[in-house]
Each structure stands twice: as structure tokens, then as C-alpha cells.
Design a protein around this ligand. Structure first.
Ligand code: M24
Length: 545
């Protein structure tokens, strides 16, 4: 019997590719091989074509296999957004070898912890990330080889892609002589992404090839896809190592779009890129929306090519959405909502029914419900509860972590998002709060447990609790309550510097540090985060960006 109050995504307009994501991507790159532009670096205007990606990814696949890797190994990629980023990703997807991506801004300690989860055998690194990779490799014996993705030459004995592939393929190599492997797309791991989930430290999110091929259906959908006409330009700014950037950008290759890429957000360059490339569509995180709503720079550029602005990854204020739509003369703003654990967006605003403030409706192949955690019942329109999803698109689980998996996906296969929300009579969803402890600064994940563990290692700190304080630009700023060891003193700045020395800038304690006598805890010793938030709410707001 069909359960009451389950919200089904619309009927799909396209069927899921029956094979692997690697097979589908291989077919798409081949189909679009005559298109001169696949990715353009807007900083340098460097371009690579569909034919080049097709050939390089196939040569890399042959080489990775000949080098000795198989489906029991993992391929690592650590790079800033880069036009060569996807070559090793595609190669591994053709072979059915899992790919794990790493944030290139990590400190040595963060990267070491991160790589210890997936244990890649071979690391593909950008020139920029190479010193970091070589430092951490000294203590990580599972990394047998490092290859540089964006250099024409070897760097101090570290092979570049051309040298690596020249050993196993020659200049007569025909990509059509290579065939992606055939396997069960539901079983085979495509990627291992990083997320802290609802609680604790960052974990490896295991996504199958089927997760990706469902995303590709969404990207080709005329109502939910970002752009569906081949060769249309799209600006890609979200980090490729994160699920949002990874799966939106991969899906652009399936549609045959021209991806104009930025490594990082710089206001003037961002606006100049839209103007010069006459970009019709941008997909950005909410802080960029605040910039579009408020910055005087916006008036200095011709942005009339823009017909679609899409955002996601963190809450978007209704006022901000309305201000951007008004300023850019758009009928509305497209919002998507997703988790690393759902691969990509599971809800998007339908193009034909934009409702400002809503995160959209469940996509084809997705079931959603609003759960009353007290009764276990799915709630009806207007009632608030935890939003849960069921789909072949959601993760298979956390890598080598069955306990965390059971805490997140229940016995009936529902993924508990940790977000509180509701849907209206038309089936539009709204996110109102976050039940889980995750902090999101500019759309980036910050796991309180990770910062608390570091704070507790300070000899003068007896106890600590970390939470997010609201901020207009950042969304939330990580902030700490600290209990000092008796007789010890520390300043707010000393605590901030202690953390800043150990973590990537997105995790710095920009929301401040408050010294307290005790950390609010429940009877079982569990931290009460709501009370932590209240401590900061009583403080005068201060934004340090
Ligand atoms: P991860 N509103 C409020 N909170 C949101 C949100 C939203 N629209 N989206 C995400 N969150 C918060 O780092 C929730 O607390 C992502 O953020 C993620 C991953 C893949 C794709 O993952 C949630 O529990 C996307 C986001 C995505 N967002 O938009 C689109 N894709 C998209 C938009 C337009 O684990 C937590 O962040 C078109 C196409 C698109 F794919 C999850 O944080």
C-alpha cells in the first residue's frame, strides 16, 4: 500500500542510462567531439575541446589500468578548479575505479585525515596542490604515485599526464579503440566524496554510478535542467571537489554545454566573465547572490545576457532572491537543494513555476517526505518536520563506516537529511532550520566536532563547543565557547590563531570565541547546541569576513 504524504518527483522525461556513468560520459564526449569548447578557464582564456577531453581521458584510462590499478584501488584528485580536473575523474569512471576528491586548500593535517579515509593509490594533483601532496605523501605509504594534471613537463621527477600516458599509449592512439567497462551501475562505486553528515567528523560518502546517471537525467530535463541546448555557455564557479561543483559540471558534459570556469570568486572578474562570454546561466552559492544584490560593481557591467540565475548549497534569504531578480530583471531565482549524501540536487525550482523562497520540488526518480520524528509519521502540507529522501540517487552509505550509515539511512532506505522544513499545497518545499550540527560557511561544510577536537588539544583548554552564528554574507560563521583550565588565560585571538594554523580558511573561528564556565550539556553528556547558539545570540553581532 502506498504510504500517505509521500511526495514523488514528477514523471521523468528521459529514462536513466542503463549502463554506467562512465559509459554515458564516454558516449556524450564522443557525440560532442566536434564542439571546439568544453571548458574555458576565464582567468587565462585557455580552452580545451570535447575531442581533447575525450582523447586524454581515454588515454589516461588505458594508462591507469596498465599501471596496475583495478576496482579495488582508489584514484585521488586534489586540485583547485582547473580545465584538466575532469580527465582523471572520467578515466576512473570508465574503468569502474572509485574516485576520491580532496580540497586543495586543506592543511597537511586535514588532508592526511581525509586521505586516510579513502586511501588512494594514485593521486592526480594540480601544480598548485603538488607541494601539499608531496608533503603528506611522506607519511601515507598507500600513495604509490603522483601525477600532475596541468603541467606540460615533469616537475622535479613527478610525472605530468603526458609522460604518464606516453608510457602506455602512443601518438597513434585511437580513443575509439578503448571501451569503458561494463558493470552493475547500482553496485559499483563511482565516487567517494567528503561530508560530515549529521554529526561527527568528515566521512566518505559512497556514490554509485546510478547516482550520477540519475543526476544526468535531471540535467537534461527541460523543466529542471539548467540548460539543455548544446554549446550554450554556463559559468561554473562552485568547487569541483565538492558534490555541488562535481555533479553539476559533469552533467554539463552530458548536455554538451560550454563550461566557463572560475577558480575562485573575484567580483570584477566574475562580472567581466558574464559580460565578455555573454553567459546566459550562472549557478552560484548564496554569498554570490548577496554580492549580486548589493555590490555597486554590478552596475558597471552589461549582464543583459543573463536569463537564469540558480543557487543552492545553503539557505538563500527571500529578500536577497527578490533583490537579485529585480536588479537583473529576471522572473525569479532558481533554487536547488541537495546534500553530498544525495549526490546532487534532489529538489529544484521548476522553471515553469518559480516560487521565491522555496527550494523547489522533488526531482524525477526522487521520493521525499517530511517526518515527524516523535511519531514516525509522514506529515502533510504546512507541517514542519525532518525532510527525508528515498532514491537510487542517494549514497550507498559512508565508506567503511556502517554505524554512521545506519544513523543516516533507516531500515526502509530513507535518508534523513537533518534539515527541518515543510511543503505547501502545490508541493513546493521550504527549508526552515537545521536539526544537525553541521555549520555552513559560504556553502562550505564545517564540522563542529572537528574544531572541538582541535580545541581540546590545546593545553589551556578544558572543554569546548562549536556552533554557527548567523551572518549575512557567510550564512553562518563558526564560533566557539571555551572553558579554560583553572589558572590559565587565553585571549580570543590566541584561540582563533590556534585554530587558523590547523585548518582551511573556511573553518576559521570568524564568529568569535566566548569564554564560559561550562559547556551546556544534557544528562548523557551530549552537547546542547541550541544553548550554545543562544550564548552567541546575546552577543553584539560582528562579522569578520
Ligand atoms: P552538503 N537551502 C537551504 N539549505 C541548503 C540548501 C538550500 N537550497 N542546499 C543545501 N543546503 C544545506 O555540503 C542543507 O543543510 C550540498 O550543499 C550540495 C551538494 C550537492 C548539490 O551538500 C543540507 O543538508 C547541491 C548542494 C546543490 N544545491 O543546489 C544545486 N545543487 C543545484 C541548483 C540549481 O553536503 C546541506 O546544505 C541547479 C542544479 C543544482 F544541482 C548539505 O550540504
Amino acid at each position: 500500500m502506498e504510504e500517505e504524504n509521500i511526495r514523488h518527483g514528477e514523471r521523468p522525461r528521459d529514462i536513466v542510462h542503463p549502463g554506467s556513468a562512465g559509459q554515458q560520459l564516454y558516449q556524450s564526449l564522443y557525440k560532442f567531439a566536434s564542439f571546439p569548447e568544453a571548458i574555458i578557464d576565464a582567468h587565462t582564456n585557455e580552452v580545451i575541446s570535447y575531442a581533447q577531453i575525450f582523447e586524454t581521458s581515454c588515454r589516461l584510462a588505458v594508462s591507469i589500468e596498465q599501471y596496475g590499478l583495478n576496482e579495488n584501488n582508489v584514484v585521488g584528485v586534489c586540485s583547485e578548479n582547473n580545465i584538466n580536473f575532469f580527465n582523471p575523474v572520467l578515466a576512473a569512471l570508465y574503468l569502474g575505479i572509485p574516485v576520491a576528491t580532496s580540497n586543495d586548500m586543506y592543511t597537511d593535517g586535514e588532508l592526511t585525515g581525509h586521505l586516510n579515509i579513502s586511501k588512494p593509490t594514485i593521486m592526480f594533483s594540480s601544480k598548485k596542490a603538488l607541494p601539499l601532496i608531496l608533503r603528506v605523501q611522506q607519511n601515507l605509504s598507500f600513495i604509490k604515485k603522483v601525477v600532475v594534471i596541468d603541467s606540460m613537463y615533469d616537475i622535479n621527477g613527478v610525472e605530468c599526464v603526458s609522460t604518464f600516458v606516453a608510457r602506455y599509449t602512443d601518438h597513434t592512439f585511437d580513443p575509439l579503440s578503448f571501451t569503458p567497462k561494463d558493470f552493475d551501475p547500482l553496485e559499483k562505486i563511482a565516487l567517494i566524496m567528503s561530508s560530515s553528515g549529521t554529526t561527527g567528523l568528515p566521512k566518505g560518502v559512497v556514490l554509485s554510478h546510478r547516482s550520477l546517471t540519475i543526476r544526468f537525467v535531471h540535467s537534461r530535463d527541460p523543466i529542471y535542467g539548467t540548460r539543455t541546448v548544446p554549446q550554450t555557455s554556463i559559468l561554473s564557479l562552485v568547487p569541483f571537489h565538492h558534490a555541488f561543483g562535481m555533479f553539476t559540471t559533469l552533467s554539463y558534459f552530458v548536455v554538451g554545454l560550454k563550461v566557463v570556469m572560475l577558480k575562485k570568486f573575484e567580483g570584477a572578474l566574475f562580472l567581466k566573465t558574464i559580460q565578455n562570454y555573454k553567459i546566459p546561466t550562472i549557478v552560484v552559492a548564496p554569498p554570490v547572490m548577496v554580492f549580486l544584490a548589493k555590490s555597486p560593481l554590478v552596475d558597471q557591467y552589461d549582464l543583459s545576457s543573463l536569463t537564469e540565475v540558480a543557487t543552492g548549497g545553503a539557505p538563500l534569504g527571500k529578500d536577497v532572491a527578490e533583490a537579485v531578480a529585480k536588479r537583473l530583471k529576471l522572473p525569479g531565482i532558481i533554487q536547488g537543494y541537495g546534500l553530498t549524501e544525495t549526490c546532487c540536487a534532489v529538489m529544484i525550482t521548476p522553471h515553469n513555476a518559480v516560487k521565491t523562497g522555496s527550494t523547489g520540488r522533488p526531482l524525477p526518480y526522487i521520493k521525499a517526505k517530511v517526518l515527524d520524528n516523535a511519531t514516525g509519521k509522514a506529515l502533510g502540507p504546512g507541517e514542519r518536520g525532518e525532510i527525508c529522501f528515498q532514491s537510487e540517487m542517494i549514497m550507498k552509505g559512508y565508506y567503511n563506516n556502517p554505524e554512521a550509515t545506519i544513523d543516516t539511512i533507516d531500515k526502509d532506505g530513507w535518508l534523513h537529511s537533518g534539515d527541518i522544513g515543510y511543503y505547501d499545497e502545490d508541493g513546493n518545499f521550504f527549508i526552515v532550520d537545521r536539526l544537525k550540527e553541521l555549520i555552513k560557511y559560504k556553502g562550505y561544510q564545517v564540522a563542529p566536532a572537528e574544531l572541538e577536537n582541535l580545541l581540546l588539544q590545546h593545553p589551556s583548554i578544558a572543554d569546548a563547543g562549536v556552533t554557527g552564528v548567523p551572518d549575512e554574507f557567510g550564512g553562518q560563521l563558526p564560533a566557539a565557547c571555551v572553558v579554560l583550565e583553572s589558572g590559565k588565560t587565553l585571549t580570543e585571538k590566541e584561540v582563533q590563531d590556534f585554530i587558523a594554523a590547523q585548518v582551511t580558511p573556511t573553518k576559521h573561528l570568524r564568529g568569535g570565541v566566548v569564554f564560559v564556565d561550562s559547556i551546556p550539556k544534557g544528562p548523557t553528556g551530549k552537547l546542547i547546541r541550541k544553548e550554545l547558539r543562544e550564548i552567541f545570540a546575546q552577543r553584539a553581532p560582528k562579522s569578520k569576513l
